[in-house]
Design a protein around this ligand. Sequence first.
Ligand code: RB5
Length: 143
Amino acid sequence: MKVIIGCDHAGFSLKTQVKALLKNLGHTVEDAGCHSEDSVDYPVYGKVVATGVAKGEFAKGILICGSGLGMSMVANRFPGVRAALCNDLYSAHLSRQHNDANVLVMGGRLIGGDLAEEIVRTWLTTEFEGGRHEGRIAQLDEI
Ligand code: RB5
């Protein structure tokens, strides 16, 4: 799968770990930055990832900032992007099954690397359930 990943300084460490996991799992990974723990502005990197997904250039996106909140706000401004802040496994599961989330957001200051890896594995392998959820997704796009 083609995945684009991005972060700010608060998510840099976790992004490095998640990027390695994605490669180990055989995914093609585009790193949108940032590339160090020097302070940056999360909208810059959130925009790159969200645009890549919105344009269909990448099947999925992953964003990491300190809390995950800022990145979620940025990504969900882009039509066609359904970004889900998931700092637990159940949210990761449901965001795919019910919401067909195409961007996963995590808070690098809130969760550890092991949990984040499990969240990523769950999120990438859980299928959208369709059915009654299809119409709700369509309503999101109409808004
Ligand atoms: C950076 O200090 C922090 O504000 C950012 O990573 C993110 O948590 C914003 O929502």
